[in-house]
Design a protein. Structure first.
Length: 278
């Protein structure tokens, strides 16, 4: 039977981290995890099982919620490992989960994209990106374009101050997010990829709120809007929000990495609120 460490490696790869080193360090290292990289390698080798209080940190770094189908096998294998495996684990777990259907299986386009086409920004990269409105838009522009840009060219295209753009691009380079060519132009280190923010990691909430402020300030006319009011049980809406999140991920299928007919940045925002008890 597949052990916890094998499920962890599978989930780590599916999240877009092809090595244990990238998973540990791009999520902040000891700033996020309560254990060293050496100890994490012991977990991946099956030599150790993480403490219960460490599991949440690992799930956050995997960008997984416990309610997601992808998390079910990982959590079950963790419980089995924590119980020592074998007949004892079967005795406890079988009655609890025998009636549960198997987790959703089979790769789909969005799962493949997450594993192969996304880049999880490190806390340092994310902080540099959120440092100023100019830095944010420069980073998004570089990520969304396959070319190289001089600071003045990019500033003109984004309606930014040229001096501020030059300063921002240099800070993005120092953080490792941008690369400067011999000709003095800049490009994204992760060209052709999609950014995933580390906003759920500890200490990153302020940066995420700052970027949300930049997006709200950007304004722009509404392209589409739809409202729906529904009475439902909380558990049902918790499941529905996961479907919404998957639909949101699907927007990346339409992304362009070069200029085209009337290309532009489109902000897509989902929000669900409980407005009244009834």
């Amino acid at each position: 039977m597949t052990g916890f460490h094998e499920h962890l490696i599978k989930a780590r790869a599916a999240a877009g981290f092809d090595t244990a080193y990238k998973f540990y360090h791009r999520n902040g290292g000891r700033k996020h995890f309560a254990f060293t990289f050496v100890h994490y390698m012991r977990i991946e080798k099956g030599e150790s099982v993480p403490k219960p209080e460490w599991l949440e940190r690992i799930m956050l770094a995997l960008r997984l919620l416990p309610t997601q189908a992808e998390a079910r096998e990982l959590l079950l294998s963790y419980l089995r490992a924590s119980l020592g495996g074998g007949r004892c684990a079967d005795y406890v777990l079988a009655p609890l989960f025998s009636g549960q259907g198997p987790a959703a299986g089979g790769p789909d386009a969005m799962t493949w994209m997450k594993a192969h086409s996304s880049v999880h920004l490190s806390p340092e990269e994310f902080t540099a990106m959120a440092a100023s409105e100019t830095a944010y838009w420069c980073a998004e522009a570089l990520c969304s374009d396959g070319g190289t840009w001089a600071p003045g060219e990019l500033a003109k295209k984004l309606s930014l101050d040229a001096k501020a753009a030059a300063k921002a691009l240099e800070s993005l380079k120092q953080a490792g997010l941008a690369v400067k060519t011999a000709a003095g132009k800049y490009k994204c280190r992760h060209q052709g990829k999609f950014f995933t923010y580390p906003g759920r990691l500890e200490g990153m909430g302020a940066q995420l709120e700052t970027i949300n402020g930049y997006l709200e300030k950007a304004g722009g006319p509404d392209f589409f809007e739809r409202l729906e009011l529904v009475r439902a049980e909380e558990g049902a809406m918790s499941n529905y929000r996961l479907q919404l999140a998957q639909a949101m991920d699907g927007a990346n299928a339409y992304a362009a990495h070069s200029a085209g007919q009337r290309t532009g940045f489109y902000l897509i925002k989902l929000r669900m609120r409980r407005v009244k008890d009834f």
